[in-house]
Write a protein that binds this ligand. Structure first.
Ligand code: NAD
Ligand code: ZN
Ligand code: ZN
Length: 389
């Protein structure tokens, strides 16, 4: 089959590789009909995530048709259309039973590597490095889906791929980012990053009753998307974000701040992984628009900072003093996608939600190298690329 392979920093190739098959009794094999490129894939493309190997198959946002099931997968049949959640989860462990699927205790065969870097291991993720399981991803013609009796959700024929594909990741992620803000009527929510994840967090925050949503980015076409999703916008290249947010909230700051940027805001920041104990911050360093730092500093006293942007390693100059002294709550996580798929699919079916508005480019799987370049550099107003085999 053809598959999008990571070949080193800023290099992907579509290569011919062996077809996947059933390995465990709870596996299924899916023929991928649609797959998307995510901001999280850019961290791999940028070479920020260690433990990638040349030839690793990328992709964690995909859906398709079941072509094979293992003997213990009784909920799916060959021919079913399914959307596959990006965290791989067993459904039985303590985390899974508590709905914390992205920290499943049984889905990362390389947990020891993750433990060395993070203390404990999160769940395995499709196409997301050996530290997170070394699973082949879904930017391919076929994918093996472990624990297929737990994760994939069946989709009826009436719902086209484009409406449901994002149940695999970015719609539940945006939703969880807003949910972690515990929005009350009248709340103001600020969102750093008006990429597809930030846009869907904005839609979600509005549906949860936020009175005002303010999206922050530098790319006008993305800020327009955010406006269409019901948000006000700030361009961080044009205004001082902290000052503007203060002005917009009677001096208090937003009730909740969502970081939907992640490591990208630290591009070119050599200190990101290197914790330098000689450089203790003695004053607010707000000159560079580090999204997470701004989100913490902007948040009103007693408010919540919700981190859905992906980080790895260490991020220095973390304003712990602000969090402690101002009674902030910090919440973070890879999305527990399985928890949200069914209720969000109901909303899509009812017409409350249609995440397909984020799609700007539809391309063939073999064009993945151009798609990655365009999405990374935000050329041609690229907002979100869907690849079809
Ligand atoms: P994206 O790269 O398309 O969008 C990121 C946006 O952030 C861009 O529009 C960029 O211009 C903007 N940005 C960069 N620096 C900024 C700054 N300092 N202030 C404000 N905006 C800034 O990515 P995406 O697909 O929208 O994903 C966003 C983040 O969400 C990524 O970190 C991704 O890894 C993460 N993510 C997390 C989960 C999860 O489960 N938690 C799931 C999917 C994606
Ligand atoms: Zn993703
Ligand atoms: Zn589990």
């Amino acid at each position: 089959m053809k598959a999008t392979c990571w070949m080193g920093r800023n290099t992907v190739e579509v290569r011919n590789v062996p077809d996947p098959g059933i390995v465990n009794a709870r596996d299924a094999v899916v023929r991928v009909t649609s797959t998307a490129i995510c901001g999280s894939d850019l961290h791999l493309y940028d070479g920020y995530v260690p433990t990638m190997k040349k030839g690793d198959i990328l992709g964690h946002e995909f859906m398709g048709e079941v072509v094979e099931v293992g003997p213990q997968v009784r909920n799916l049949r060959v021919g079913d259309r399914v959307v596959v959640p990006f965290p791989i989860a067993c459904g039985n462990c303590l985390s899974c039973q508590n709905g914390m699927y992205s920290v499943c205790e049984n889905s990362n065969p390389n947990a020891g590597v993750a433990e060395k870097l993070m203390g404990h291991s999160p769940a395995g993720i499709f196409g997301y490095s050996h530290m997170l399981g070394g699973y082949a991803g879904g930017q391919a013609e076929y994918a093996r889906v472990p624990f297929a009796d737990v994760g994939p959700i069946k989709v009826e024929d009436g719902l086209p791929d484009e409406k449901v594909l994002f149940l695999s990741d970015i719609l539940p992620t945006g939703w969880m980012g807003a949910e972690m803000c515990e929005i009350k009527p009248g709340d103001v929510v600020a969102i750093w990053g008006a990429g597809p994840v930030g846009q869907l967090a904005a839609v979600s925050a509005r549906l949860m009753g936020a009175e005002r949503v303010i999206c922050i980015d530098r790319l006008p076409y993305r800020l327009h998307h955010a406006e269409r999703a019901g948000a006000e916008t700030l361009n961080y290249e044009e205004v001082d974000v902290l000052e503007a947010l203060r002005d917009m909230t009677a001096g208090r700051g937003p009730d909740a701040c969502i970081d939907a940027v992640g490591m990208e805001a630290h591009h070119g920041n050599p200190a990101m992984y290197a914790y330098d104990r000689t450089k203790q911050a003695t004053h607010l360093e707000t000159d560079r628009p580090y999204a997470l730092r701004q989100a913490i500093l902007a948040c009103r006293n007693g408010g919540t900072v919700s981190v859905i942007g992906v980080y790895g390693g260490f991020v220095d100059k973390f304003p712990m003093g602000a969090i402690m002294n101002r009674s902030l709550t910090l919440k973070a996580g890879q999305c527990h996608v399985q928890r949200y798929m069914r209720p969000l699919m109901d909303r899509i079916r009812n017409g409350d939600l249609d995440p397909s508005f984020v799609i700007s480019h539809r391309m063939r799987l073999e064009d993945a190298p151009q798609a990655y370049e365009m999405f990374k550099n935000k050329e041609n107003e690229c907002n979100k690329v869907v690849l079809t085999a």
